[in-house]
Ligand binder design. Structure first.
Ligand code: PGA
Length: 245
């Protein structure tokens, strides 16, 4: 694990997008591995990264034809066309602007009738795709990764998770009222994240400083899920100055 710090949000996004663009550009599909597999987050922090990926596509620098994606999470009970669903977020911020094949886009289905069966199938689909090459992630103010809240075991695969009050409050800014924020989500697990070959966690702004301190400087603990990445050889916490205490 390493911590990489930059002055500004913009430099954080330049770095993360640059690494992804490099990986997309240099990927050579083979019969055994036809796709570069990206794990993707939603939230405010990755938006500038997606802007740069769209820009690179528009400039003709990259194509998403050989890219397969797995999103980290989705709220239970929101349909894909709900403006606060993560399906909608991904269409708006990335997918509708680039040439990814729709069948290569994977996002957890928060409307699945049988959520445990869906979770097993999602995990299997990641494995069948050859695993995640680069997992991009944000971090919660409480140290969560995707919706893996504090005290989630590190060995959990994709599962349904109840959201903590702190996460519901943090996400209320996107809804008319706090009662509208879903209280459950389907999320990839900490094991799913740990199994990625490379993990890039983005953290910008002072609200993330305590989570970054706990994730990178305190002993590994389920109280701060992101701290598990201290034991991942290719995990990077990419932070702006404000997120470093
Ligand atoms: P944010 O969310 O990027 O909107 O701060 C990150 C997260 O909660 O994982």
């Amino acid at each position: 694990m390493k911590v990489i710090s930059f002055e500004t949000v913009s430099e954080v996004a330049d770095y993360a997008a640059g690494e992804m663009i490099k990986a997309i550009k240099t990927f050579v599909p083979t019969e055994a591995k036809p796709y570069l597999v990206l794990g993707l987050p939603t939230g405010s922090t990755p938006i500038p990264v997606y802007e740069r990926l769209v820009q690179a596509y528009n400039n003709g620098d990259i194509s998403f034809k050989n890219v397969k994606t797995f999103n980290m999470d989705e709220y239970v009970g929101l349909t894909p066309d709900h403006p606060q669903s993560y399906h909608y977020f991904m269409q708006e911020n990335l997918f509708k602007h680039v040439d990814i094949h729709p069948e290569n886009i994977n996002i957890p289905d928060g409307m699945a009738d049988d959520i445990p069966a869906f979770c097993r199938a999602y995990e299997m689909a990641i494995q069948n795709a050859g695993g995640i090459d680069i997992q991009l992630a944000g971090i919660g103010e409480n140290g969560h990764l995707a919706f893996n809240e504090p005290n989630t075991p590190f060995d959990m695969p994709t599962h349904e998770q109840g959201l903590t009050q702190s996460t519901i409050q943090a996400n209320a800014r996107f809804f008319d009222k706090i009662e509208d924020v879903p209280t459950r989500a389907v999320t990839i697990g900490l094991k799913t994240i740990f199994d990625a070959r490379r993990v890039i966690v983005l953290a910008t702004g002072p609200k993330k400083a305590e989570a970054i301190r706990l994730a990178t400087q305190a002993p590994v603990s389920v109280n701060c899920p992101a701290s598990m990445l201290q034991n991942h050889e290719y995990a990077e916490f990419v932070c702006d100055k404000a997120a470093i205490k």
